[in-house]
Design a protein around this ligand. Sequence first.
Ligand SMILES: [Zn+2]
Length: 606
Amino acid sequence: MKHFKVAILSAAIAGLTACGGDDGRNGANGSNGSDGLNSLITQTQLPVGDSNCPGGGVQFDSGADSDSNGSLESSEITDTTFTCEPFTAPEQIDLIGNTKDNVWFSEAQARVAAATQPNLTRGAAKNVILFVGDGMGISTVTAARILEGQLNGKSGEEHNLSFDLFPYTGLAKTYNVDAQTPDSAGTMSAIMSGVKTDVGVIGVNENIVRGDCTTVAGNELVTALELAEIAGKSTGVLSTARITHATPAATYAKSADRDWEDDGDMPAAAKTAGCEDIASQLVNFEPNLEARIAGINVDGIDVVMGGGRRSFLPKDAAFNSPDAVSSVEGDRTDGRDLTAEWKTRYPAGNYIFDKTGFNAINTETTTKVLGLFNESHMQYEADRKNDVAGEPSLRDMTEKAIKVLDNNDKGFFLMVEAGRIDHAHHAGNAYNALTDAVELSEAVAKAVELTNSEDTLIIVTADHSHVFTIAGYPKRGNPILGKVVSIGSNSPALAADGMPYTTLGYTNGLGFRDLGDETDADEGYNYAIDAGRQDLLLVDTQSPGFHQEALIPIDSETHAGEDVGIYAKGPGAALVSGTNEQNVIFHVMDYAADLVNKANSKQVAP
Ligand SMILES: [Zn+2]
C-alpha cells in the first residue's frame, strides 16, 4: 500500500471591516492557531477478480488523519474511489460441454442415474480415492491373493486381499474405441473422463488422430482430477511407473500420443504445431487449466509422486540428481529444468527425490509435494531394496499423500497407480507382478484405515488384463508359483510330453528364463526369446527370477481383452455393480462426489 500525504494549510484569520467612525487602532496580533489536520490518501492495487474492479485496478481511500498518527485508519476514511481496468466477464463454460452429446458419456451417465443404492445421495462422498492396478486382470488378483495367503502360512485360496472384502464389485469392459484389446492410455482416459477413446491417446476423445497434434484442439476431455481441483478439493497423483506414463498422465494431460513424455520424444511437427509434452503439462497444470477454463481459480496438483525424472531434466550431466544411475539422467532437449520451474511456481513446496526427502515430509505443514524417485520407473516392490538412494513403497506414498491431502475441509481426489504389475507381466515374470499386486492391496488397506467410509469413496480397478493364466489341476495349497502337483500326490504332474508344468503361465511373450534370485523382472529382456516348453524338473519356479513359459514368441507379453474387476467401498460404491463400460467409473465418481456440479458452481461470473 502506498501513502500520499496532502497537507492542508491553516488559513490566517483576516481583520474584519466596519462602517462609520474612524478606524480604531489595530489590535495586537492574536496567538497562532493550532496546526490543521493532515488529509491522507491511500492507494491499493486490486487484483483481477476483485468485486469492485473485476479486471483489477486501484482503490483510493481518503480522509483526515484525526489522530495525527500519519496513517489512515478505516474509521478515518471518508471517501473511496476506484480506477478500474477494463473488464469483460468471461463466458461461463459448461465444463462437460464438449462431452455431453458424446454417446459414451451420455449412456454411461444414464446408467449411473438409473442405478440405485440405499441411502445414496448425490455428492455424499467428500473424498474419492481411485486405485488402478495396471494390468491387474482377475487372474492376477486371484494369484496375488493366494500368494499373500501362502506367505502368511495359509493354504492361500481362502485368503482375501484388502479389496476382496469391499462390499460392492462389478466388471469393466475395457476395449478402446478402435481396439478389441486396449492399452492404458485409452482405458485410463475413459476412467478419468467418462468417455471411451482410442488406443494411445491421453485425455482426448476419439475424434483425435493419434500422433497428430493439430487434432487435439477442441477434443480435450475434462477429468475427474481437474473437476475436483476446480471444486476446491486437494488433488494427488501417485504411481510406481514414470509419472508421465499413460495411466498417471491421463489424470492431468491432453496428448495426441502417450509417448510424448518429454520434448525429446516429440516429432518436430508436433512441437511446431504448439503441442506441449506431458512432463511440461504436469508442471504447467495450474496455468494451463486456468487458461482453458476462464473464471476458475485453482492451486495446482498438491501431491505428485512417482518415477520419471528423466523427462523433467535437461539432457546434461550437470543436472543429474545425486542418486543418478545413468551418466546423463535427463532427456529434455529444450534445456528446461522442470523441477526448478516447479519450485519457482510453488516456493513453499517440497521437491524430493529419495527416501530421506520422503521421510522428512511433514504431512501437517506441507502443502505441495513433487517426488520423482527414479530416472525411469520406480523399482518393483521386491527389488526396492536395491535402489541407490532408497524409495518409498506404494503403501508409504499412499499414507503420506492422504495425510497431506486430508488437511482440506473440502476433501480430496487421489489416484494411486500400481504401475509395474503390468511391466512384470510384459516381461513374463509372475513373481514381480504378484508381489506388486500384493503391495497395491497393502496400499488400499492403508487408505481404508486412514479414511472414513461415510465420506470417502474408494474404487480399486485395473485398466486392462494380461494373457496370464492359472492352469492345470493343482491341489489345494499347492504353491501358486510352483509346478502343478495333483490331489493325492507329492510330485509334479507330468504333461503328455513327459515334463512337469507350472500353474502360472502366459499365452505369449518372451518365455522361459531362470534368473534365480533376480528381483528385477526387466532383466528378462537381456536374453533372446525362448518360447514353448522347457524341462522344468530341476528348475525352482518359485524363485523371483523365474519367468514362466509362453506359447507364442513375442518380444513383450501382451495385454488381454477380457473384463477386469471394479471393487468399491463408500458412498456411491453400489453403482459399480454389474457389467459396465469402463467409462462408467468416471460417472460413479462424479455421482458420488458431485464433481461436475461442484466444479461448475465455482466458475466466477462477476
Ligand atoms: Zn502394458
